[in-house]
Design a protein around this ligand. Sequence first.
Ligand code: MN
Ligand code: MN
Length: 420
Amino acid sequence: MSEELKDNGKPVNRRSFLGAGAAAIAGAAIFNVAAKAQSRDNIHAAEHDHATSRLSPINKAIADANPDSELPPDTDHGDVPSFWYSFDLAHRRIQEGGWTCQVTQRDLPVSNELAGVKMRLTAGSYRELHWHTADEWGYVTGGSVRTTVLAPDSTVFIDDVPEGDIWYFPAGYPHSIQGLANDGGEFLLVFDNPMFSEYETFLVSDWIAHTPETTVARDLHVGLDAVAKMPKGELYIFPGTVPGSLEQDRAEVGGQAVVTKIPYTYHLKDIEPTYKTPGGTVHVVDSSNFLASTNIAAAVVKIKPGGMREMHWHPNGSEWQYYVKGSASMTVFEAAGKARTISFKQNDVGFVPSIAGHVIRNTGDSDLVFLELFRANRFIDLSLNNWMRRLPSLMVKEHLNVSDADLKKFPVDKQIILGK
Ligand code: MN
Ligand code: MN
C-alpha cells in the first residue's frame, strides 16, 4: 500500500494510515491526488461542492486583481500576514514639478529592512538638494534624470540616468535629482531603513531658513541682502530649467580633477545579464560590480511569459520587491508549515521574510520585470533542486520518496529562471 503511494510521487501524511480502515483512507488519498492534479496548481479543489460560493456583494475589482487570495492554492496553510502593498494605494504628495509617494513599514508592517519611494519630476524640475540618514538606491522606471552627489573628499559625481539604470547615494552624501527633456523622469528609491520617510530629509532650503541670517551671511561671505532673498521654507519638489549638456555641467564644476574615485551610477543596459536562461535574465547589481552599492544588493529579474523564478531563498536577509512590469504570483514558505500565495502586478511591492523560501511565476502574457532588493553587501541565493543534487541520493530518496530515475531528473545546477 505505502509503495503504491510512493510511486504516485506525492508526499503522504503518514498519520492517515494509523488504525483500522487504512486501506480505504489511502484509496481516498490517491483519488484526491488525481483530482487535484487536474486543477491548476491545486487551486480551489473545493469549488466542486459549492464551498467557494458567496451570498453577498464583494469588491470585484480588488478580488479580480488578487486571484491568489480569492481562490488560493490548497497548499497554502496557516496565518501568514500579507506581504503585498501597492504604490497605487499610497498617498501622492503632488507639488508643482512632480509628485512623490512612499511604501514603508508603516504601510507594510512585515517589511523590516528596506522602504521604498516613487517620484516623478517633470522636465527641468528638481528634487531639492538634500541628504538623509539612510543609503539611497535609485532605479529609473521612465524618462531620464540628471543626478549629482558630493563625496566627503570634495569630489563630485554628475551623471544622467535613463530608464532601467541605477544610482546609489550613501547616507549623509548630499545629492540632487532633476528631470531631463523631453518629459522628465519617474523613478523608484529604496532606503536601507524600513521606517525611512522621504518627508524627513535634510533640505538646503530648510537649513538656510532656520539659521540666523547674520550667520548664513558670514558663512557664505555674502551680504544680508543676498540672504534675504533665499527661501524661507522647504522647496522639496519645484520647477526649474532643463540643464545644458552633461559635459557642460561636468566641465563647469572643475572637470576630471574633481570627479569622485568611484561612480555612483550603474548603466545596467550596457551590461550583459549575470544569468541568461530560456526563461529570462537576471542582472545582479551589488558591491561586487557597483562599488558604491555597499548596503543594498539588487537583482533585476526579467521572466518571459510562462517562466518561473525557481524555488529558492537568500541566506543573508529578507527580500524587498518592486514589480516594474507585468503580473506574477508568488508563494512564500515560512517555517512550521506556513505558506501563502499572493498575486502581484506592476507598481506593487512584495516582501519575503528573512531566509524564507519562495517561488515567483509569470502569470501574464508579457514579460514580467521585478526587482529583488536586500539590505546586504552581496546578492546570494540557494536553490532547492541544487541542494537536492548535492546530497547522497539515498538521503534524498528517503526524504522525498522519489525513485532513482526521478531523482536524476532533478536539475543539478541552479536554474535561476525556468522557461515555459
Ligand atoms: Mn535622497
Ligand atoms: Mn528571491
